[in-house]
Design a protein around this ligand. Structure first.
Ligand code: SF4
Length: 480
């Protein structure tokens, strides 16, 4: 941690803080579910410490940008947002207020002090492992310091973060993400995560169970375990020994009131036999898996340092489908990785056809500073990447439409989550994570209902509710 100016004592700052009324906090979150989860944890922490949340940045006394480094030009987008916030802060100052501006997340971690140099409007830069220090760092800022805290401490930050209140949980809905693992040791040659999130760290089973129990008590019914490399999970179990993700899923399946479990994002190398067996044995573990392959070409997989072959990936898919035949698989793809030939690219199209993915995210390769692939001289021309991406997306869309069309006429269990687009409509999720629109009373939010799928739209399924299956509060999670 480094401080750009020495502040007055924390004690003095606390006295100043406590003398003020509740202030307003606005958090803008970019990127993945892990960032959304982190944003919730920051809100939970600060709303216990003299802030209330606001959705209006102009009203805020503290603005936090929780940034993501994955997308193209992520850093420049943050600076352009900071330009807008600078104007907003200028207006606030004219009105006699002085909002604090903080940059958090992966761009904060990667850029560090450079952010304060380039954007003087920023008062605090805080890396993703350090959110539990927010109250103390805010005290430093309030005493006139500019704070940059981007250490990657090994200590479990989660143990220091406040649990969400019932009100906050209910406002977020009947599904929740729970981070169980952070960081990555894989070092794919295109990816910044190992540098921005640090080495793989897993939370102990007991703290995850306690968090899930807290969520379920407040009405959450579906839990998605998240981590940059979630299936590399290795947390401390009850007897102090390290346990894997399959053990954790089996334990969480016994928490009364949990209707559904999912996990994301996984690496093919960490799909062990016990995890595959969990898909066979745990009825509440949904038959849906996001398992990025990135490319169908062995040459590209080596260049990306993915450390598995195309054949190994396909073999893994076969074993997953043997365990759970209706498994819906999704993936990420990168096209135009350095030196990718037309033949390599066709291997990617073929693997989409072979697996028949239910959906996928696909991107043009774009160099991330500091990663090995960014320095390669054999970059692919942008027009080639654009053309390949369009062909890949056509192929993915074809399979996604086929997967969705196959659901027509089937009865699917839908966890009803919130009001739909039209009056009287609710939207929920199928076991395969597809949004499903049904006509149903709002009293059914949080329940699982069976719907006959009647039609398919561009992004959703449409269904007619035909029965409710009340869930027993205990042992709901154990499968057959
Ligand atoms: S496994 Fe995922 S998070 Fe880790 S380096 Fe590769 S792409 Fe990045």
């Amino acid at each position: 941690m480094s401080y750009w100016a020495t502040g007055r004592s924390r004690r003095l700052c606390k006295i100043i803080r406590n003398s003020k009324s509740l202030r307003k906090l606005h958090v803008k979150s970019y990127g993945c579910q892990m960032n959304i989860y982190d944003s919730h944890r920051m809100v939970d922490l600060l709303t216990r410490d003299s802030y209330v949340e606001t959705t209006v940045p102009e009203d805020a006394d503290l603005i936090i940008l929780n940034t993501c480094h994955i997308r193209e030009k992520a850093v420049e987008k943050v600076y352009s947002e900071l330009g807008r916030i600078s104007k907003l802060k200028h207006e606030a100052k004219r009105a006699g207020r002085n909002p604090i501006v903080a940059v958090a997340g992966c761009v904060a971690q990667a850029e560090g002090e450079e952010i304060v140099r380039r954007a003087p409007v920023v008062d605090m830069v805080i890396g993703p492992q350090n959110y539990h220090r927010l109250p103390a760092l805010l005290a430093q800022v309030e005493s006139g310091a500019k704070v940059v805290d981007t250490e990657l401490p090994l200590l479990d930050k989660f143990a220091h973060l406040a649990p969400a209140t019932v009100t906050a949980i209910r406002a977020r809905g009947v599904t929740a993400f729970v981070t169980v693992q952070e960081g990555c040791d894989k070092f794919c040659t295109f990816c910044v995560v190992p540098y921005t999130r640090g080495a793989e760290v897993s939370r102990p089973v007991a703290t995850i169970v306690a968090e899930v129990e807290n969520l379920v008590r407040a009405g959450v019914r579906e839990i998605t375990l998240i981590g940059q490399n979630v299936n590399a999970y290795h947390g401390k179990g009850a007897n102090g020994r390290l346990v894997t993700l399959s053990h954790l899923l089996n334990r969480l399946a016994k928490v009364p009131g949990v209707f559904r479990l999912r996990y994301t994002t996984s690496h093919p190398r960490d799909m062990d036999e016990n995890l595959i067996a969990a898909h066979r044995d745990l009825a509440i573990l949904m038959p849906q898996l996001h398992l990025p392959v990135q490319s169908g070409s062995d040459r590209m997989l080596v260049a990306m340092n993915r450390r598995h072959t195309r054949a190994e990936y396909l073999n893994l898919i076969a074993r997953l489908r043997a365990a759970r035949p209706d498994m819906a698989l999704t993936s990420d793809f990168i096209v135009g990785f350095p030196d990718e030939t037309e033949e390599d690219f066709r291997d990617t199209l073929h693997i989409v056809d072979e697996v028949g993915f239910a959906g996928a995210f696909s991107f043009k390769y774009s160099p991330r500073p500091g990663t090995p692939a960014a320095d390669r001289r054999d970059q692919i021309a942008d027009e080639v990447k654009t053309e390949r991406l369009a062909r890949l997306q056509d192929c993915i869309d074809r399979h996604q439409r086929a997967f969705n069309r196959n659901c027509i006429g089937r009865s699917l269990e839908v966890l009803l989550e919130k009001p739909g687009r039209n009056p009287g409509q609710l939207v929920g999720r199928s076991p395969y994570l597809q949004p499903v629109q049904v006509m149903a009373p709002s009293s059914l939010i949080g329940e699982i209902a069976t719907a006959q799928i009647t039609d398919v739209g561009s992004n959703s399924l449409f269904g007619a509710l035909h029965s409710m299956e009340p869930r027993a509060p205990a042992l709901a999670g154990t499968g057959g």
